[in-house]
Design a protein around this ligand. Structure first.
Ligand SMILES: NC(=O)c1ccc[n+]([C@@H]2O[C@H](COP(=O)([O-])OP(=O)(O)OC[C@H]3O[C@@H](n4cnc5c(N)ncnc54)[C@H](OP(=O)(O)O)[C@@H]3O)[C@@H](O)[C@H]2O)c1
Length: 277
């Protein structure tokens, strides 16, 4: 699919809440026209925000939502998904793909809800998508065509970066790394801020320094051509202050604790997925 075909695609949003609005704003910022986008949501208030950015195809009922749509983005809470897809069941052919951004709902369950003939793509996004800094992983069922994959990727790229995984089960690993990942970094930010406060900094100063350090370290690692381990070594002079801190982390089994947290997160994602299925 080339850029001109992408710019003629029709994308329908089922649910016009936080995530749908963030994606729509991202798509508009990357050159999509409001005429390519439509949305349905039982809440008039949710639709109002989209009217304000120029969208006209807005409805409180899903009746005409999918007529001629190339991609339907299901952006409702996981517990609402079956009910939201029910009016569309067996109404779409293979020309329209379903992209679910709801955490944890397996392809098999989505396929059952939408009907067998519609290709399904599952996405594991994360909350920084709300500010265009998301990390999303996509998994496509076999029926999904190359151009449907490209359109789905344009949607997730509108709120950050996208990777594809080759097996659905890998989405549990993605959940453990990036889906739940923001919480690990928030916990670290809280812990360092608290420790800085205990050393006498004001809470505001400790938080400001910690946040900027987190942003700076992440951006430096992203832009740098040397491995992250080398960047760490570069700030760790033998016998110096950073080394003292890293020794304390090692004594506290930092790596093992993180590994255990990520492993248990993935295990929980698998269990919750099985409960859905
Ligand atoms: N927020 C994030 O950063 C984030 C990150 C990762 C994944 N996600 C996933 O993204 C999905 C959406 O999250 P969100 O934060 O955008 O939720 P949200 O703000 O609650 O938006 C969901 C919207 O869907 C509407 N809705 C409910 N039933 C519907 C139906 N049958 N048909 C059409 N619309 C319906 C809701 O209306 P009412 O309010 O009237 O019910 C609401 O406006 C969730 O599945 C979540 O797991 C979100």
């Amino acid at each position: 699919m080339d850029t001109s075909q992408l710019m003629e695609s029709q994308i329908a949003f089922l649910g016009a809440g936080n995530m749908a609005s963030a994606i729509i704003n991202g798509l508009l910022a990357t050159g999509f026209s409001p005429r390519q986008l439509r949305a349905t949501d039982p809440s008039e208030k949710a639709l109002e925000g989209l009217r304000a950015v120029g969208m006209e195809q807005l409805s409180t009922s899903p009746e005409r939502l999918c007529d001629g749509a190339d991609l339907i983005v299901a952006a409702v809470k996981p517990q609402m998904m079956s009910a939201a897809l029910a009016p569309l069941k067996n109404k779409l052919g293979p020309d329209a793909a379903l992209l679910s951004i709801a955490a944890g709902i397996p392809i098999a369950s989505l396929q059952q809800d939408i009907g067998e003939s519609t290709p399904v793509i599952r996405c594991m996004p994360n909350t920084p998508a709300m500010i265009g800094k998301g990390a999303s992983a996509l998994y496509a069922s076999e029926q999904v065509t190359e151009s449907q994959r490209q359109l789905a990727e344009a949607v997730t790229n509108a709120v950050g970066m996208t990777v594809w995984v080759a097996e659905e089960s890998l989405l549990d690993a993605v959940t453990a790394v990036s889906g739940s990942g923001p919480a690990y970094f928030f916990a670290l930010i809280e812990a360092v801020t608290r420790a800085g406060t205990q050393l006498g900094l004001s809470p505001e100063t400790a938080l400001a320094l910690t946040l900027q350090t987190a942003i700076g370290a992440a951006e430096l690692a992203q832009r740098s051509e040397v491995p992250v381990a080398k960047l760490r070594e570069n700030v760790t002079s033998p016998g110096g202050t950073t080394e003292e801190a890293l020794v304390a982390l090692r004594e506290g089994r930092f790596d093992a604790v993180i590994a255990e947290a990520v492993r248990r997160c993935a295990e929980r994602a698998t269990t919750l997925g099985e409960e859905f299925g």
